[in-house]
Design a protein around this ligand. Structure first.
Ligand code: FE2
Length: 415
């Protein structure tokens, strides 16, 4: 999703470029392109502006998915995505109601949890939503303070602060609050904890080999889809409860195709490390992709998580070889890409071969690609992103991307 905040507005750069009354050079044309992208989005705030940070977040501790079959999910993310299984909880570790696998790649930690019986919140979650994100957990220094600060500002508690004593492994403190749909945000303070992920988990020995060529480094952003008319409610929620600021917004005049439209606002924390775009569907001739998500997830939920890499070409090539399925773009997209973005360090032919998109704004450029949904329901998917200065989300690609999604929607009979 589109460009991030910058210290200078789009209008000023436009003036600076056009005031010269000269034939624009390539780099000026590209600046214009970046400025046009910036203008298409509405930059709302500078995240570096001082604000009282009552909720210092170190980053995303982990993302937990609730799925129908955690063992097979963990195999999938090991074999196709190159994640390493590092911890397990289940019957063998004294956990009676669930099985969980913790998978790591660089600073990304995913947990896949499945229920062991038809009763309980995990089974109900899977029954209703299919596989999906349950928890986007924050690493904090004080889980009790984080819970207190957010609940006194209106957050609904999901788990009161608790100190889990793990004996020789130390103490882990955690708490949690609700956000959109059935998604929660845990707060995890593991500074005094040396065990495998959480008490109740046991460490797994690293497998003999994991697929090479993968360099997924960290979670770049997590996108939430909410029902029509609820985007601003959650924008206010992240502002009031978490102290986030609005980075940028895109209205449906920007994010639309012939058939469908959506609106999006991007919220970020004080440090700018956490970025949460919130989408809602907008009326159009056809069904918005956001509405398709809502129809199959049956509630607000996490639509996609973007994983940052510094080698998108090598990573996507390997992911494709491993069997990960990405959205395909038409030839016309790449035929005109060079004019739009200039030099992005990778031949356009290579980008086209792999289906990678590029976009440029005032601060630089980015390369990105989107998977198809990673479960049977057309709900959650991943993005891979490589940033070169740009803090945006690829607004210049929205139209091509959404048309690609619509072609898939049409195949599913859902446009
Ligand atoms: Fe994204």
């Amino acid at each position: 999703m589109g460009p991030a905040a910058s210290d200078f507005g789009a209008g000023r750069t436009m003036e600076a470029v056009t005031a010269r009354h000269e034939e624009p050079t390539m780099s000026e044309a590209l600046k214009r392109r970046g400025a046009a992208n910036q203008a298409a989005a509405h930059v709302d705030a500078d995240p570096s502006s001082p604000a009282q940070d009552f909720l210092p977040l170190r980053g995303i501790d982990h993302v937990e998915f609730w799925v129908g079959n955690a063992r097979q999910a963990s195999d999938h993310y090991r074999a196709l995505w190159g994640f390493t299984p590092v911890a397990y909880a289940g019957l063998e570790t004294g956990v009676r109601d669930r099985a969980s696998y913790v998978m790591v790649q660089n600073d990304i930690r995913f947990v896949f949890t499945a229920p062991l019986s038809p009763e309980g919140e995990i089974a109900e979650h899977v029954h209703r939503h299919g596989d999906g994100v349950h928890d986007i957990a924050f690493a904090v220094d004080d889980a009790a303070s984080a819970w207190r600060e957010t609940t006194t500002r209106g957050a609904r508690s999901a788990r009161e602060p608790v100190e889990l004593d793990a004996g020789k492994d130390g103490v882990l403190c955690t708490s949690a609050v609700h956000t959109y749909g059935d998604v929660i945000h845990s707060f995890v303070d593991r500074r005094r904890y040396r065990g495998a992920f959480l008490p109740g988990y046991r460490a797994l020995r690293a497998p003999a080999s994991v697929p090479g060529g993968l360099s997924l480094l960290e979670v770049d952003h997590c996108v939430g889809n909410v029902p029509p008319g609820e985007m601003n409610r959650y924008v206010d929620y992240y502002r009031d409860v978490f102290g986030f600021t609005q980075l940028v917004h895109y209205d449906d005049s920007v994010i639309h195709t012939e058939y469908s439209a959506l609106m999006s606002k991007v919220m970020t924390n004080c440090s700018g490390r956490i970025k949460f775009p919130i989408n809602e569907p907008a009326p159009g001739k056809g069904k918005s992709q956001i509405q398709e998500f809502l129809d199959y997830y049956l509630d607000a939920g996490t639509q996609h998580i973007a994983l940052r890499t510094e080698d998108i070409v090598g990573t996507v090539r390997q992911l494709r070889e491993n069997g990960v399925q990405f959205l395909r773009l038409p030839h016309e997209y790449h035929a005109t890409l060079g004019e739009r973005v200039g030099d992005v360090g990778v031949p356009i032919a290579t980008l086209e071969e792999l289906g990678i998109e590029a976009d440029r704004d005032e601060e630089g450029y980015l390369l990105q690609i989107f998977t198809r949904p990673v479960q049977d329901r057309p709900t959650f998917f991943f993005e891979i992103i490589e940033r070169h200065g740009s803090r945006g989300f690829g607004v210049g690609n929205f139209k091509a991307l959404f048309e690609a999604i619509e072609r898939e929607q049409a195949k599913r009979g859902n446009l």
